[in-house]
Design a protein around this ligand. Sequence first.
Ligand SMILES: Nc1ncnc2c1ncn2[C@@H]1O[C@H](COP(=O)(O)O)[C@@H](OP(=O)(O)O)[C@H]1O
Ligand SMILES: [Mg+2]
Length: 255
Amino acid sequence: MTDDHQLARELADLAGERLLAVRAELHEAGIEGRELKDAGDIASQEVLADALRERVPDDAVLSEEATDDHERLSSQRVWIIDPLDGTREFSEVPRDDWAVHVALWQDGELVAGAVALPARGVTYGTDASGRAGIPARPDGDPPLRLAVSRSRPPAFAEELGRTMGATTVPMGSAGVKAMSVVDGSSDAYVHAGGQYEWDSAAPVAVAAAYGLHTSRVDGSPLVYNKENPWSPDLVVCRPEVAESLLAALATMDLG
Ligand SMILES: Nc1ncnc2c1ncn2[C@@H]1O[C@H](COP(=O)(O)O)[C@@H](OP(=O)(O)O)[C@H]1O
Ligand SMILES: [Mg+2]
């Protein structure tokens, strides 16, 4: 029998395959920009909605690409999905910094999840096969590498540069940024100024399974399946940098 961890991975992979096919086909036909973004959003939503209906018909769903019917608020199990995170980057062929997010919330907690990076051929999950652990930091206490949005770099990144000597690594997609901490190509992903629960649920579930620190920027826990799915801010970072990073963030106006 497939467990929830495996199911999250299977669904993310299924949607990822569909996205790669749609992207290749439309790019070949000269279709770009908004049309390509919309085609990706719609195709991936369709794959995920159909698969969830078939595999877990009694569970509720919160998706970026579907109407929120609030049935989820009285459900014990809610799949929180972003069929295409980094839509902008998806439309900029051949960029590979876009993702599929599939998370499961149950009784107040994120309990399973997967983040597929289809254009890189890799999927990170909360299942055992995905928990190899995070690579060690290079010796000699190198500067903190902060994953930031490439299209809306946050003002506080500059201040973290001054106070902590942090450098920035710009990239698209919340999932890609969180997974860059998992794969060791950055040390932290900090976001303020708002997002929605689907942008961070699967990345946070996976990051936590790999032993990373995940919280709001004030250190309090991230909460999912709220009535209003707005999610103001988050920190995903290596556990050994959490204390100093949160202390530095506490002194800043994050806007
Ligand atoms: N201020 C904001 N308000 C709403 N969504 C935001 C946001 N900043 C980032 N996001 C969402 O977070 C995801 C990652 O953004 P970024 O690459 O800039 O870090 C994107 O998701 P989508 O691509 O699913 O829309 C983006 O829309
Ligand atoms: Mg998103």
